[in-house]
Write a protein that binds this ligand. Structure first.
Ligand code: ARG
Length: 458
């Protein structure tokens, strides 16, 4: 009968089916580095307070490091009946060190151990997502100088609304990803708290030093309540929520570029290395990467849903349900990281179809709002100006002309004092050039924003 670390009170061996049902080693092996770091800090603390000797600590630390290398190199044996990563590593330690190895679990439970491992893992994951977000922001900002003079149509309700500078659009995405970064940074504060020392749920009667472990592992604080921390996974759920918003932002961008790169919009060429073809239609160049980025958002949102339902109604403190947190957590992270990793080169490699964009700028009366504002500047009440421009647009539409092609008399019917200067605000380029409010698409505003972003990301 295989002896379980918890087997003392048991007379029966565990049923094979139970072993298979309860195992987590197939997915939590991914925590091995963090588990080993946590165990090393714990052993050093045990020595510092005199619960083990310095020599025992030295042996434990050296052996844990050696186990880490074996796992790195794929030489470590994983077995379903050894349940999870914590028991695998401890078992290997005991196999090599005997009684000394049996001391590592002093004043510790797998409950505070898994929570610590997970916090260390999420902390690293946050830092990786943050770097990937910066790389994507850089890809957008690096486009700005080259696209500086390109005016594009911007949409509301997916109908042509007003013209903007392409760079203004790129920086819009940078702003969204910046908020994602700040959400991650905030989430990281709640992640970066030490769980170890909570033991099973009540703490321990042994004279441990949690501050020592926290300092060793780079945690900013020590969790204040052992019952709370051994049941808590909100730090992980919050991280997945942050991932959801990143995925949502990516999905909107992906949708936009799918549209822009089709012949109907004809505004953008995607890099061919990031497109795929059709097995039956020879002409197809499909935006599959963008579609998958849009589609994978569903998985990430699904992961959040899974986690929220998982913890619903759980009483204090640890419950085995919590073992199920890892699959959605890991999957959400992997998915978002891979999307970000593909998004950056895709952004860098796409080309605006300047001629096609320019040829279409006269469509959709993108300058109607600036014309209205011209009338307002000349003293007309906004509602009246809105109505008058609506009438002018209607006349122009009936003749299939842009506003700038209407004769001056037509404008003078609205405002007899008008001169040819009216044509200075008409046309998409002029409509952009006259923008001036803070945060607008006016060229000076956008120039300042590009400079701010370049400086920030430098
Ligand atoms: N594999 C478990 C998990 O991920 C570790 C904690 C198990 N604790 C216990 N008392 N069964 O949650």
């Amino acid at each position: 009968m295989e002896q379980k670390p918890w087997g003392g009170v048991f007379d029966q061996a565990t049923d094979r089916r139970v072993e298979q049902f309860t195992e987590s080693i197939s997915f939590d092996r991914r925590l091995y580095r963090h588990d080993i770091s946590g165990s090393i800090a714990h052993a050093e603390m045990l020595a510092a307070v005199g619960l083990i000797s310095d020599e025992e600590c030295r042996q434990i630390v050296a052996t844990l490091r050696a186990i880490g290398v074996e796992i790195d190199e794929g030489r470590f044996e994983f077995r379903t009946e050894w349940e999870d990563i914590h028991m695998h590593i401890e078992r290997a330690l005991i196999e090599r060190l005997g009684d000394v190895g049996k001391k590592l679990h002093t004043a510790r439970s797998r409950n505070d151990q898994v929570s610590t491992d997970l916090r260390l893992w999420v902390r690293d994951a946050i830092d990786r997502i943050d770097s990937a977000l910066i790389a994507l922001q850089k890809a957008f900002v690096n486009r700005c100088p080259g696209d500086a003079d390109v005016v594009i149509p911007a949409y509301t309700h997916l109908r042509r609304a007003q013209p903007v500078l392409a760079a203004h659009c790129w920086l819009a995405y940078c702003e969204k990803f910046e908020r994602d970064r700040s959400r991650l940074a905030d989430c990281r504060k709640r992640v970066n708290v030490l769980s170890l020392g909570a033991a099973a749920l009540a703490g321990t009667s042994l004279p441990i030093d949690r501050r020592f472990v926290a300092a060793r592992l780079g945690f900013d604080d020590v969790a204040a309540n052992s019952l709370d921390v051994s049941s808590d996974r909100d730090f992980a759920i919050e991280f997945v929520f942050c991932l959801c918003l990143i995925a949502e932002h990516l999905s909107g961008w992906a949708e936009e570029w799918i549209l822009w790169s089709g012949v109907e919009f004809n505004m953008l060429d995607l890099p061919q290395a990031f497109c795929t073809g059709s097995s039956i239609m020879p002409q197809k160049v499909n935006p599959d990467v963008l579609e998958l980025i849009r589609g994978k958002t569903a998985r990430v949102v699904g992961a959040l849903q899974t986690l929220l339902v998982l913890v619903k109604g759980l009483p204090l403190a640890y419950n085995r349900d919590l073992q199920e947190d890892k699959l959605p957590l890991f999957d959400a992270f992997d998915t978002v990281e891979s999307c970000l990793t593909l998004a950056a080169p895709l952004v860098a490699g796409a080309e605006l179809k300047r001629e096609s964009i320019a040829a279409q700028l006269d469509r959709g009366y993108l300058d109607a709002t600036t014309l209205m504002e011209h009338f307002i500047r000349r003293g007309m009440p906004q509602r009246a100006a809105h109505h008058a421009v609506g009438k002018l647009v209607k006349i122009a539409m009936q003749q299939n002309l842009p506003l700038a092609a209407l004769p001056i008399e037509q404008f003078r019917d609205v405002d007899p004092g008008l001169d040819e200067g009216i044509y200075q605000v008409l046309g998409a380029a002029n409509a952009v050039a006259v923008m001036q409010s803070e945060g607008s698409t006016g060229p000076e505003q956008v120039r300042a924003q590009i400079a701010r972003w370049q400086q920030r990301l430098d």
